[in-house]
Design a protein around this ligand. Structure first.
Ligand code: GLN
Length: 308
């Protein structure tokens, strides 16, 4: 990388500047519809502890489906590879909240990063404890990983999700009918909606994801969060499934494991180098941040960090 990281980030910001505000803010969750579409933030935290941020990098936003990476991490730590008897590891080619494959595949979701798969992951985390304890466990994990106690659930977004959550409720009931949800659907959805409604800034999110860039260990606190093999596998799933039916396109243009959320955030991992979080609320037609994806494409080109 011939240039300083700060110069590269400045170049990325300049390159996407004219596109800021494009895309469509998610409005199927009413509490997300009022976000200013012109927000844009980026934060990069390297494995050496360098941080470069720009724009609205310190403003908390709704992490939405980016939470699925962290709940997957917790569930794998809790029950290990037996998780894969209840969830697949294949991309879908369908929308994030699609139900079509579930009937053919007997209630086993294709992967843990679509809604159906993440709902099963949440059900796993609920085993042996109540919804309150479960969401506390998820928030505590994120606070610890982000090294910031201010990470919290946005109660208004959680309420808004619950009020408009019929599709997620359908997925949960459908899978319970196949025996792949063990807990009460209301409990599972309560935790799922709250985990999606966690608010974090780009800086916090990049910090929280850093262990995935560093073979499962946090390079700053030195904690081994997951084994090296597990970190590699979580990254593999992010690469193949993290952007729903645009995962192939994200791999093509960016070439990094990544996970998007309908709040407009994306967490991307450059293995052995850095964790990157971007935020821009306008989404493309698949539900991924439009300007966030462009920024990551430029960043990947300028740094040469693509894994390919
Ligand atoms: N909470 C959202 C939902 O369940 C998460 C979807 C997303 O970010 N893609 O619909």
């Amino acid at each position: 990388m011939p240039q300083e990281l700060s110069e590269i980030v400045a170049d990325v910001c300049r390159d996407v500047k004219d596109r800021i505000g494009s895309g469509r803010v998610a409005d199927y969750i009413p509490a997300l519809a009022n976000i200013d579409p012109r927000k844009f933030g980026i934060s990069i935290m390297t494995c050496d502890g360098e941080t470069v941020s720009a724009g609205d990098a310190d403003e908390p936003f709704s992490i939405q489906s980016v939470s699925k990476v962290f709940t997957l991490t917790l569930a794998l730590e809790r029950i290990g590879p037996v998780l894969w008897s209840r969830i697949g590891r294949e991309p879908t080619g369908s929308a994030f909240n699609s139900i079509v494959q579930l009937e053919h595949e007997a209630g086993i979701p294709r992967n843990p990063l679509i809604n159906a798969g993440a709902i099963v992951v949440t059900d796993v985390l609920l085993e042996g404890q109540g919804p309150r304890q479960t969401i506390d466990e998820i928030v505590s994990f994120l606070r610890h990983r982000a090294d910031d106690v201010s990470v919290a659930v946005d109660a208004e977004v959680a309420r808004s999700e619950r009020e408009t959550g019929d599709r997620n409720a359908s997925l949960a009931h459908f899978m319970r009918g196949f025996g792949n949800i063990k807990g009460e659907v209301d409990d599972v959805l309560s935790v799922y909606f709250q985990q999606c409604a966690i608010a974090m800034s780009c800086r916090q999110l990049a910090r929280a994801g850093l262990f995935l860039a560093h073979a499962g260990s946090d390079p700053l606190s030195k904690e081994q969060v997951v084994s090296e093999a597990r970190a590699r596998r979580i990254n593999a799933i992010m690469m193949s499934c993290g952007h729903y039916d645009a995962s192939g396109d994200f791999a093509f243009h960016v070439g990094l494991p990544g996970k998007s959320g309908v709040g407009g955030g994306i967490l991307a991992i450059a293995p052995r180098r850095a964790a990157i979080a971007v935020w821009s609320p306008g989404l493309n037609e698949v539900g991924n941040s439009l300007v966030g994806s462009l920024a990551l494409e430029r960043l990947s080109a300028l740094t040469g960090w693509s894994v390919f």
